[in-house]
Design a protein around this ligand. Structure first.
Ligand code: ADP
Length: 306
């Protein structure tokens, strides 16, 4: 059995996915990218292999993606995260139909990707200039509100009053705004809900740049936050397709691309082998059978047929 691995080395988290020949996910893992990017990515990869009872030599093809992809020198291939995300979303979204728009919110950027009917990337827009509207903004807000980032969803749904207005267009100003709202006695739940709506509005402005086509797929770590999902759906007036493990779509896509590259290489080798075999056979024939000889001589001085 061949296994294929995809490693998505993001600005905030490393995601690893291992698939089998049928593209089933055998295991996945998420770890902090940290400062020692390559070391942390390698550790996450090897520890996932141990967890699923495999070793490095069981991985037939390794593909890396994400901002740190080039640091992983022992990869067989590196691929852009836009392509890997699109391939992963196309595969994961199959039971729902054809994915045409992807919203990806990462640790430090957000993207909107438009796919054609065959699932090929036809346009994309990216915000990587400003932390507002990204996971970093949510992490900062959670810290200021003294709650875990994983609890933001629960706080959102527990809000009873009107969501607090969070208008700052910059993460640094938004931090002051959140502190100001706390000082005025706003509840953390209402502030969280306000933050989610503020990110949702920014995200929709980004998606409008590529055009909104059904089906819409939302992934990246912040897609684990059900409050943010609800806010984007509310603002859009449409449902989003959310994968079971939204953070690993891109790593999964990279693993699929690796599987395709490997199969392509195998086919090419087979073809080359077949070509050289038939060339050899022709050569062999031409030395034995004068009919095949261009000069009419088989090259053997003692041959009576020539
Ligand atoms: P990148 O690829 O840029 O490193 P990710 O797609 O891995 O980014 O997303 C990282 C972000 O996801 C974090 O900054 C955090 O805000 C958010 N996140 C991660 N896990 C969770 C969770 N369980 N619930 C809510 N948000 C989460």
């Amino acid at each position: 059995m061949d296994y294929f691995a995809g490693i998505d080395i993001g600005s905030t988290a490393v995601k690893v996915a291992v698939i089998d020949e049928d593209r089933q996910i055998i295991g996945s893992k998420t770890a902090a990218t940290g400062a020692l990017v390559y070391k942390n990515a390698q550790t996450a990869f090897l520890s996932l292999l141990t967890e699923i009872g495999l070793s490095r030599k069981n991985i037939t093809y390794l593909t890396t993606t994400g901002y740190g992809r080039k640091l992983f020198e022992d990869a067989d291939e590196t691929i852009s995260e836009i392509t890997a995300n699109a391939i992963g979303a196309k595969q994961v979204g199959k039971p729902f139909g054809t994915i045409r728009t992807i919203i990806n919110i990462g640790g430090q950027d957000s993207k909107a990707i438009s796919l054609d009917e065959d699932g090929n990337v036809c346009n994309f827009a990216m915000n990587d200039r400003c932390a507002a509207g990204t996971g970093r903004f949510l992490d900062m807000a959670a810290r200021n509100l003294e709650i875990g980032v994983t609890d933001l969803g629960e706080f959102h749904f527990n809000a009873e009053g009107t969501p607090a207005a969070v208008n700052a267009t910059c993460a640094v100003f938004a931090e002051s705004e959140i502190i100001g709202l706390l000082g005025k006695g706003h509840g953390r739940e209402e502030i969280v809900k306000g933050i989610h709506f503020s990110i949702a509005k920014r995200t929709i402005r980004l998606v409008k740049r590529v055009g909104i086509e059904e089906l819409l797929y939302f992934d990246g770590g912040p897609a684990l936050n059900k409050g943010l999902v609800a806010s984007i759906e509310d603002e859009l007036g449409r449902r989003l397709v959310i994968p079971d493990i939204p953070q690993i779509t891109t790593a999964y896509g990279a693993a699929i691309i690796g599987q395709e590259s490997y199969c392509f290489e195998q086919e090419e080798n087979k073809q080359q082998h077949a070509d050289s075999k038939s060339a050899l056979a022709e050569q062999y024939k031409s030395t034995l059978d004068p009919e095949y000889s261009a000069t009419g001589s088989c090259g053997t001085s003692s041959c009576s047929s020539c």
